[in-house]
Design a protein around this ligand. Structure first.
Ligand code: IMP
Length: 436
Protein backbone atom coordinates (compact mmCIF):
# COMPACT_ATOMS: atom_id res chain seq x y z
CA UNK A 1 0.00 0.00 0.00
CA UNK A 2 2.37 2.72 -1.12
CA UNK A 3 0.36 5.99 -1.35
CA UNK A 4 -1.70 7.03 1.70
CA UNK A 5 -3.36 10.42 2.00
CA UNK A 6 -4.35 11.71 5.45
CA UNK A 7 -6.88 14.54 5.49
CA UNK A 8 -9.04 16.37 7.99
CA UNK A 9 -12.66 15.21 7.71
CA UNK A 10 -14.16 18.17 9.63
CA UNK A 11 -13.08 21.82 10.11
CA UNK A 12 -9.43 21.16 10.91
CA UNK A 13 -7.75 20.50 14.26
CA UNK A 14 -8.81 16.85 14.16
CA UNK A 15 -5.42 15.60 15.33
CA UNK A 16 -3.88 14.79 11.94
CA UNK A 17 -0.39 15.63 13.22
CA UNK A 18 -0.38 12.78 15.69
CA UNK A 19 -1.81 10.35 13.15
CA UNK A 20 0.84 11.29 10.59
CA UNK A 21 3.52 11.06 13.27
CA UNK A 22 2.44 7.49 14.01
CA UNK A 23 2.20 6.56 10.34
CA UNK A 24 5.58 8.18 9.67
CA UNK A 25 7.17 5.51 11.78
CA UNK A 26 6.18 2.96 9.15
CA UNK A 27 6.55 5.19 6.10
CA UNK A 28 9.43 6.07 3.83
CA UNK A 29 8.44 9.68 3.15
CA UNK A 30 5.96 12.24 4.45
CA UNK A 31 4.82 15.01 2.13
CA UNK A 32 2.77 18.03 3.16
CA UNK A 33 0.68 19.19 0.18
CA UNK A 34 -1.25 22.38 0.97
CA UNK A 35 -1.90 25.17 3.48
CA UNK A 36 0.76 27.00 5.39
CA UNK A 37 1.41 28.13 8.93
CA UNK A 38 -2.31 28.60 9.44
CA UNK A 39 -2.02 24.96 10.51
CA UNK A 40 -0.52 23.82 13.75
CA UNK A 41 0.36 20.37 14.98
CA UNK A 42 1.12 19.50 18.56
CA UNK A 43 3.03 16.29 19.04
CA UNK A 44 3.70 14.87 22.46
CA UNK A 45 6.77 12.64 22.82
CA UNK A 46 7.30 11.51 26.39
CA UNK A 47 7.85 14.72 28.34
CA UNK A 48 8.49 16.76 25.22
CA UNK A 49 5.87 18.73 23.32
CA UNK A 50 6.56 19.90 19.78
CA UNK A 51 4.48 22.52 18.06
CA UNK A 52 4.94 22.49 14.31
CA UNK A 53 3.31 24.67 11.69
CA UNK A 54 5.06 23.90 8.42
CA UNK A 55 7.46 21.03 8.82
CA UNK A 56 5.70 17.65 8.46
CA UNK A 57 5.24 15.77 11.71
CA UNK A 58 7.38 12.91 10.38
CA UNK A 59 10.50 15.00 11.06
CA UNK A 60 10.75 13.50 14.54
CA UNK A 61 11.83 10.23 12.92
CA UNK A 62 15.53 10.64 12.21
CA UNK A 63 16.46 10.73 8.54
CA UNK A 64 12.87 10.26 7.31
CA UNK A 65 12.36 12.24 4.08
CA UNK A 66 9.94 15.02 5.04
CA UNK A 67 8.81 17.23 2.21
CA UNK A 68 7.13 20.62 2.23
CA UNK A 69 5.43 20.22 -1.15
CA UNK A 70 4.82 22.69 -3.96
CA UNK A 71 1.20 23.18 -2.88
CA UNK A 72 2.20 24.65 0.49
CA UNK A 73 2.58 28.39 1.05
CA UNK A 74 5.65 29.11 3.16
CA UNK A 75 6.37 32.01 5.46
CA UNK A 76 10.17 31.75 5.48
CA UNK A 77 10.38 33.55 8.82
CA UNK A 78 8.26 30.84 10.42
CA UNK A 79 10.06 28.04 8.61
CA UNK A 80 13.53 29.24 9.64
CA UNK A 81 12.32 29.63 13.24
CA UNK A 82 10.96 26.09 13.14
CA UNK A 83 14.24 24.78 11.73
CA UNK A 84 16.20 26.62 14.46
CA UNK A 85 13.87 25.39 17.20
CA UNK A 86 14.18 21.76 16.11
CA UNK A 87 17.95 22.07 15.72
CA UNK A 88 18.23 23.43 19.25
CA UNK A 89 16.41 20.33 20.46
CA UNK A 90 18.81 18.19 18.43
CA UNK A 91 16.17 16.89 16.01
CA UNK A 92 17.81 15.39 12.92
CA UNK A 93 16.83 17.55 9.94
CA UNK A 94 18.71 15.62 7.28
CA UNK A 95 15.44 14.42 5.72
CA UNK A 96 13.86 17.86 5.34
CA UNK A 97 13.21 19.00 1.77
CA UNK A 98 11.40 22.13 0.61
CA UNK A 99 9.88 22.36 -2.83
CA UNK A 100 11.57 24.97 -5.02
CA UNK A 101 8.12 25.60 -6.54
CA UNK A 102 6.28 26.34 -3.31
CA UNK A 103 5.10 29.92 -2.94
CA UNK A 104 6.36 32.30 -0.28
CA UNK A 105 4.27 34.40 2.05
CA UNK A 106 5.55 37.96 1.79
CA UNK A 107 5.18 40.81 4.31
CA UNK A 108 2.49 42.39 2.14
CA UNK A 109 0.42 39.20 2.31
CA UNK A 110 0.24 39.53 6.07
CA UNK A 111 -0.78 43.17 5.80
CA UNK A 112 -3.40 42.35 3.16
CA UNK A 113 -4.85 39.58 5.33
CA UNK A 114 -5.20 41.99 8.27
CA UNK A 115 -6.59 44.75 6.06
CA UNK A 116 -9.05 42.40 4.34
CA UNK A 117 -10.48 41.16 7.62
CA UNK A 118 -10.69 44.71 9.02
CA UNK A 119 -12.58 45.78 5.91
CA UNK A 120 -15.11 42.97 6.34
CA UNK A 121 -15.83 44.10 9.91
CA UNK A 122 -18.62 42.03 11.40
CA UNK A 123 -18.66 39.76 8.35
CA UNK A 124 -15.02 38.76 8.79
CA UNK A 125 -13.94 35.20 7.99
CA UNK A 126 -11.85 34.89 11.13
CA UNK A 127 -8.68 33.98 9.25
CA UNK A 128 -5.52 33.13 11.11
CA UNK A 129 -4.08 36.38 9.66
CA UNK A 130 -0.99 34.55 8.48
CA UNK A 131 -1.26 35.88 4.91
CA UNK A 132 -2.50 32.57 3.50
CA UNK A 133 -5.34 33.89 1.31
CA UNK A 134 -3.40 36.78 -0.25
CA UNK A 135 -0.46 34.46 -0.98
CA UNK A 136 -2.66 31.93 -2.81
CA UNK A 137 -4.35 34.85 -4.60
CA UNK A 138 -0.97 36.02 -5.91
CA UNK A 139 -0.14 32.46 -6.94
CA UNK A 140 -3.33 32.34 -9.04
CA UNK A 141 -2.65 35.84 -10.40
CA UNK A 142 0.84 34.69 -11.38
CA UNK A 143 2.40 37.32 -9.17
CA UNK A 144 3.73 34.89 -6.58
CA UNK A 145 7.28 34.68 -5.30
CA UNK A 146 8.46 31.09 -5.23
CA UNK A 147 11.10 29.44 -3.09
CA UNK A 148 13.49 29.21 -6.04
CA UNK A 149 13.27 32.98 -6.53
CA UNK A 150 15.09 33.70 -3.29
CA UNK A 151 18.20 32.07 -4.71
CA UNK A 152 18.62 34.81 -7.34
CA UNK A 153 18.77 38.46 -6.32
CA UNK A 154 17.93 39.90 -9.74
CA UNK A 155 14.89 37.71 -10.28
CA UNK A 156 13.72 38.24 -6.71
CA UNK A 157 13.84 42.05 -7.00
CA UNK A 158 12.02 42.00 -10.34
CA UNK A 159 9.28 39.75 -9.04
CA UNK A 160 8.75 41.65 -5.79
CA UNK A 161 8.55 44.91 -7.75
CA UNK A 162 5.88 43.44 -10.05
CA UNK A 163 3.94 41.95 -7.15
CA UNK A 164 4.00 45.16 -5.12
CA UNK A 165 2.62 47.34 -7.89
CA UNK A 166 -1.04 46.25 -7.66
CA UNK A 167 -0.89 46.24 -3.84
CA UNK A 168 -0.12 49.94 -3.56
CA UNK A 169 -3.76 50.94 -3.63
CA UNK A 170 -4.94 48.30 -1.17
CA UNK A 171 -2.08 48.99 1.21
CA UNK A 172 -2.18 52.79 1.07
CA UNK A 173 -2.56 52.93 4.84
CA UNK A 174 0.67 50.97 5.24
CA UNK A 175 2.67 52.98 2.68
CA UNK A 176 5.32 53.89 5.22
CA UNK A 177 5.50 50.49 6.87
CA UNK A 178 9.15 49.35 6.88
CA UNK A 179 7.90 45.87 6.01
CA UNK A 180 7.04 47.20 2.57
CA UNK A 181 10.44 48.58 1.73
CA UNK A 182 11.61 46.85 -1.44
CA UNK A 183 15.27 46.89 -0.48
CA UNK A 184 14.75 45.54 3.04
CA UNK A 185 12.33 42.90 1.79
CA UNK A 186 14.77 41.71 -0.87
CA UNK A 187 17.64 41.56 1.62
CA UNK A 188 15.53 39.68 4.17
CA UNK A 189 14.29 37.14 1.65
CA UNK A 190 17.78 36.58 0.20
CA UNK A 191 18.93 35.89 3.74
CA UNK A 192 16.10 33.38 4.21
CA UNK A 193 17.08 31.83 0.88
CA UNK A 194 20.63 31.45 2.06
CA UNK A 195 19.51 29.75 5.26
CA UNK A 196 17.02 27.44 3.56
CA UNK A 197 19.15 26.58 0.53
CA UNK A 198 20.41 23.24 1.89
CA UNK A 199 16.81 22.03 2.07
CA UNK A 200 15.50 23.37 -1.26
CA UNK A 201 14.91 20.62 -3.82
CA UNK A 202 12.92 19.39 -6.79
CA UNK A 203 10.56 17.41 -4.59
CA UNK A 204 8.14 15.35 -6.76
CA UNK A 205 10.92 12.88 -7.73
CA UNK A 206 11.31 12.04 -4.02
CA UNK A 207 7.73 10.75 -4.08
CA UNK A 208 8.07 9.09 -7.49
CA UNK A 209 11.15 7.13 -6.48
CA UNK A 210 9.65 5.94 -3.20
CA UNK A 211 6.37 4.96 -4.90
CA UNK A 212 8.20 3.16 -7.74
CA UNK A 213 9.95 1.06 -5.14
CA UNK A 214 6.65 0.19 -3.51
CA UNK A 215 7.52 2.15 -0.39
CA UNK A 216 4.97 3.86 1.75
CA UNK A 217 4.49 7.58 1.16
CA UNK A 218 2.18 9.53 3.47
CA UNK A 219 0.62 12.67 2.01
CA UNK A 220 -0.24 15.00 4.88
CA UNK A 221 -3.15 17.40 4.53
CA UNK A 222 -3.74 20.48 6.65
CA UNK A 223 -7.03 22.08 7.77
CA UNK A 224 -10.10 20.03 6.91
CA UNK A 225 -12.63 19.12 4.24
CA UNK A 226 -15.19 21.73 5.28
CA UNK A 227 -12.56 24.47 5.01
CA UNK A 228 -11.85 23.52 1.39
CA UNK A 229 -12.11 26.49 -0.97
CA UNK A 230 -14.20 24.45 -3.44
CA UNK A 231 -16.03 21.96 -1.27
CA UNK A 232 -16.20 23.72 2.11
CA UNK A 233 -18.50 26.32 3.58
CA UNK A 234 -17.40 29.11 1.23
CA UNK A 235 -16.52 31.93 1.90
CA UNK A 236 -15.78 30.76 5.44
CA UNK A 237 -12.96 28.55 4.24
CA UNK A 238 -9.24 28.61 3.76
CA UNK A 239 -7.71 29.46 0.38
CA UNK A 240 -6.44 26.02 -0.58
CA UNK A 241 -7.87 22.53 -1.11
CA UNK A 242 -7.49 20.38 2.00
CA UNK A 243 -9.33 17.50 0.27
CA UNK A 244 -7.50 14.36 -0.81
CA UNK A 245 -7.46 15.20 -4.52
CA UNK A 246 -5.13 18.09 -3.77
CA UNK A 247 -2.44 15.67 -2.61
CA UNK A 248 -1.71 14.91 -6.26
CA UNK A 249 -1.46 18.55 -7.27
CA UNK A 250 0.36 19.72 -4.17
CA UNK A 251 2.95 16.95 -4.23
CA UNK A 252 3.28 16.23 -7.94
CA UNK A 253 1.95 12.67 -8.27
CA UNK A 254 -0.91 11.17 -10.27
CA UNK A 255 -4.22 9.98 -8.79
CA UNK A 256 -3.38 6.36 -9.52
CA UNK A 257 -0.51 6.59 -7.05
CA UNK A 258 -2.94 7.00 -4.19
CA UNK A 259 -4.07 3.73 -2.65
CA UNK A 260 -5.69 4.72 0.61
CA UNK A 261 -7.32 7.89 1.92
CA UNK A 262 -7.81 8.21 5.64
CA UNK A 263 -9.94 10.97 7.09
CA UNK A 264 -9.36 12.14 10.63
CA UNK A 265 -12.33 13.26 12.73
CA UNK A 266 -12.76 14.09 16.38
CA UNK A 267 -15.35 12.08 18.31
CA UNK A 268 -17.19 15.41 18.48
CA UNK A 269 -16.81 18.53 16.36
CA UNK A 270 -14.99 21.87 16.55
CA UNK A 271 -14.53 24.91 14.38
CA UNK A 272 -12.42 28.08 14.66
CA UNK A 273 -13.35 31.23 12.84
CA UNK A 274 -16.77 32.16 11.50
CA UNK A 275 -19.19 30.17 9.34
CA UNK A 276 -21.98 27.61 9.57
CA UNK A 277 -21.72 24.82 12.16
CA UNK A 278 -24.99 22.84 12.32
CA UNK A 279 -24.18 20.89 15.50
CA UNK A 280 -22.68 23.79 17.46
CA UNK A 281 -23.45 23.93 21.19
CA UNK A 282 -23.94 27.26 22.90
CA UNK A 283 -24.47 25.87 26.37
CA UNK A 284 -22.59 24.20 29.20
CA UNK A 285 -22.29 20.99 27.14
CA UNK A 286 -20.22 22.93 24.58
CA UNK A 287 -18.13 24.49 27.33
CA UNK A 288 -17.52 21.08 28.78
CA UNK A 289 -16.20 19.76 25.46
CA UNK A 290 -14.03 22.85 25.12
CA UNK A 291 -12.56 22.36 28.59
CA UNK A 292 -12.16 18.59 28.49
CA UNK A 293 -10.76 18.65 24.96
CA UNK A 294 -8.45 21.63 25.54
CA UNK A 295 -10.06 23.25 22.53
CA UNK A 296 -7.87 26.28 21.99
CA UNK A 297 -6.05 26.82 18.69
CA UNK A 298 -2.41 25.73 18.36
CA UNK A 299 -1.75 28.58 15.96
CA UNK A 300 -3.79 31.49 17.28
CA UNK A 301 -4.81 30.36 20.79
CA UNK A 302 -8.43 31.18 19.92
CA UNK A 303 -11.10 29.15 21.72
CA UNK A 304 -12.68 26.66 19.33
CA UNK A 305 -16.44 26.45 18.87
CA UNK A 306 -17.61 22.99 19.96
CA UNK A 307 -20.52 20.72 19.08
CA UNK A 308 -21.70 17.15 18.64
CA UNK A 309 -20.30 14.91 15.93
CA UNK A 310 -21.91 15.70 12.59
CA UNK A 311 -22.48 12.54 10.53
CA UNK A 312 -24.06 14.43 7.63
CA UNK A 313 -20.84 16.38 7.18
CA UNK A 314 -18.78 13.23 7.70
CA UNK A 315 -20.69 11.35 4.99
CA UNK A 316 -19.95 14.32 2.72
CA UNK A 317 -16.25 14.11 3.66
CA UNK A 318 -16.31 10.41 2.77
CA UNK A 319 -17.55 11.27 -0.72
CA UNK A 320 -15.42 14.29 -1.60
CA UNK A 321 -12.24 12.66 -0.38
CA UNK A 322 -13.03 9.06 -1.32
CA UNK A 323 -12.21 8.00 2.23
CA UNK A 324 -11.22 4.38 2.73
CA UNK A 325 -10.78 4.68 6.49
CA UNK A 326 -11.73 6.95 9.36
CA UNK A 327 -9.53 7.83 12.32
CA UNK A 328 -11.58 8.91 15.32
CA UNK A 329 -9.59 11.05 17.76
CA UNK A 330 -10.22 12.26 21.32
CA UNK A 331 -12.80 9.62 22.17
CA UNK A 332 -11.71 9.99 25.82
CA UNK A 333 -13.07 13.56 25.88
CA UNK A 334 -16.59 12.11 25.75
CA UNK A 335 -16.12 10.09 28.95
CA UNK A 336 -18.73 11.04 31.55
CA UNK A 337 -21.15 12.70 29.13
CA UNK A 338 -24.66 11.26 29.35
CA UNK A 339 -26.31 10.91 26.92
CA UNK A 340 -24.08 11.33 23.86
CA UNK A 341 -25.65 13.00 20.88
CA UNK A 342 -24.90 12.60 17.18
CA UNK A 343 -26.40 14.42 14.20
CA UNK A 344 -27.64 12.00 11.55
CA UNK A 345 -29.42 14.57 9.38
CA UNK A 346 -30.25 18.28 9.32
CA UNK A 347 -33.47 20.17 9.69
CA UNK A 348 -33.49 23.29 7.59
CA UNK A 349 -35.71 26.29 7.06
CA UNK A 350 -39.48 25.50 7.02
CA UNK A 351 -38.84 22.09 8.54
CA UNK A 352 -37.09 20.65 5.48
CA UNK A 353 -35.01 17.54 6.17
CA UNK A 354 -31.54 17.05 4.71
CA UNK A 355 -29.84 13.67 4.69
CA UNK A 356 -27.08 15.05 2.48
CA UNK A 357 -24.84 18.04 3.10
CA UNK A 358 -26.72 21.00 1.54
CA UNK A 359 -24.81 22.86 -1.17
CA UNK A 360 -26.71 26.11 -0.74
CA UNK A 361 -25.24 28.65 1.66
CA UNK A 362 -28.60 29.99 2.86
CA UNK A 363 -29.76 26.49 3.75
CA UNK A 364 -26.51 25.54 5.40
CA UNK A 365 -26.42 28.68 7.55
CA UNK A 366 -29.82 27.78 9.00
CA UNK A 367 -29.43 24.00 9.14
CA UNK A 368 -29.42 22.39 12.58
CA UNK A 369 -28.32 18.88 13.33
CA UNK A 370 -31.15 16.49 14.15
CA UNK A 371 -29.73 14.57 17.06
CA UNK A 372 -30.06 10.99 18.17
CA UNK A 373 -28.93 9.84 21.59
CA UNK A 374 -26.63 7.01 22.59
CA UNK A 375 -25.67 6.00 26.12
CA UNK A 376 -22.33 7.28 27.38
CA UNK A 377 -19.74 5.66 29.66
CA UNK A 378 -17.94 6.66 32.85
CA UNK A 379 -14.94 4.34 32.76
CA UNK A 380 -11.50 5.81 32.12
CA UNK A 381 -10.66 4.70 28.57
CA UNK A 382 -7.24 6.33 28.29
CA UNK A 383 -5.47 3.03 28.90
CA UNK A 384 -7.36 1.05 26.25
CA UNK A 385 -5.19 -0.26 23.43
CA UNK A 386 -7.68 -2.56 21.75
CA UNK A 387 -11.34 -2.12 20.90
CA UNK A 388 -12.24 -4.91 23.29
CA UNK A 389 -10.81 -2.88 26.18
CA UNK A 390 -13.36 -0.13 25.54
CA UNK A 391 -16.68 -0.13 27.40
CA UNK A 392 -19.53 -1.52 25.25
CA UNK A 393 -21.11 1.96 24.99
CA UNK A 394 -17.89 3.38 23.46
CA UNK A 395 -17.77 0.50 20.99
CA UNK A 396 -21.41 1.09 20.13
CA UNK A 397 -20.64 4.78 19.52
CA UNK A 398 -17.89 3.84 17.04
CA UNK A 399 -20.05 1.16 15.42
CA UNK A 400 -22.82 3.69 14.92
CA UNK A 401 -20.44 6.11 13.18
CA UNK A 402 -19.10 3.34 10.94
CA UNK A 403 -22.58 2.26 10.07
CA UNK A 404 -23.70 5.80 9.24
CA UNK A 405 -20.76 6.70 7.03
CA UNK A 406 -20.01 3.30 5.47
CA UNK A 407 -16.28 3.45 6.10
CA UNK A 408 -14.32 1.43 8.68
CA UNK A 409 -12.81 3.10 11.72
CA UNK A 410 -9.09 2.39 11.38
CA UNK A 411 -7.66 4.10 14.46
CA UNK A 412 -9.12 5.50 17.67
CA UNK A 413 -7.41 8.11 19.83
CA UNK A 414 -7.92 7.79 23.59
CA UNK A 415 -5.46 10.41 24.86
CA UNK A 416 -2.76 12.83 23.74
CA UNK A 417 0.30 10.56 24.04
CA UNK A 418 1.62 8.63 21.06
CA UNK A 419 0.75 5.27 22.47
CA UNK A 420 -2.82 6.28 23.37
CA UNK A 421 -4.11 5.02 20.06
CA UNK A 422 -6.11 1.91 19.21
CA UNK A 423 -5.26 0.35 15.89
CA UNK A 424 -8.44 -1.47 14.96
CA UNK A 425 -8.56 -4.73 13.10
CA UNK A 426 -9.60 -2.83 9.99
CA UNK A 427 -6.29 -0.97 10.03
CA UNK A 428 -4.20 -3.87 11.22
CA UNK A 429 -5.25 -5.95 8.24
CA UNK A 430 -3.60 -3.41 5.95
CA UNK A 431 -1.12 -2.15 8.47
CA UNK A 432 0.17 -4.34 11.24
CA UNK A 433 1.46 -2.20 14.12
CA UNK A 434 5.21 -2.48 14.55
CA UNK A 435 6.28 -5.23 16.92
CA UNK A 436 6.31 -3.95 20.48
P1 IMP B 1 -6.92 31.24 6.73
O1 IMP B 1 -6.56 29.86 6.31
O2 IMP B 1 -5.95 31.83 7.71
O3 IMP B 1 -7.17 32.14 5.57
O4 IMP B 1 -8.31 31.17 7.54
C1 IMP B 1 -9.53 30.83 6.90
C2 IMP B 1 -10.40 29.97 7.79
O5 IMP B 1 -9.79 28.71 7.98
C3 IMP B 1 -10.60 30.54 9.21
O6 IMP B 1 -11.90 30.17 9.64
C4 IMP B 1 -9.57 29.82 10.02
O7 IMP B 1 -9.91 29.76 11.40
C5 IMP B 1 -9.61 28.46 9.37
N1 IMP B 1 -8.36 27.70 9.52
C6 IMP B 1 -7.21 27.87 8.83
N2 IMP B 1 -6.30 26.98 9.21
C7 IMP B 1 -6.87 26.21 10.15
C8 IMP B 1 -6.42 25.06 10.88
O8 IMP B 1 -5.30 24.57 10.75
N3 IMP B 1 -7.33 24.55 11.75
C9 IMP B 1 -8.57 25.04 11.90
N4 IMP B 1 -9.03 26.09 11.22
C10 IMP B 1 -8.19 26.67 10.35
Amino acid sequence: MPGLVVVGAQWGDEGKGKVVDLLAERSDAVIRFQGGNNAGHTIVRGDETYKLHLIPSGILHPGRPCVVGNGVVIDPRVLTEEVDGLRKRRVDLSGLRISANAHLIMPYHLLLDHAGEARLGGREIGTTKRGIGPCYADKAARLGIRVQDVLDEKILKQKITAALEPKRQALRDYAKDPLLDLHTMTEDYLAFGHRLEPFIADTPPIAWRALDEGKLVVFEGAQGTLLDIDHGTYPFVTSSNPVAGAACVGAGVGPKQIDEVWGVAKAYCTRVGAGPFPTELHDSAGERLQRAGGEFGTTTGRPRRCGWIDLVALRYAVRVNGLTGLVVTKLDVLTGIEPLRLATRYTGPEGAIFDEFPYHQSVLHRARGELIELPGWNEDITGARTLSELPPQARAYLDFIEDQIGVPVVMVGVGPARDQMIWTRASESIWPPAAG
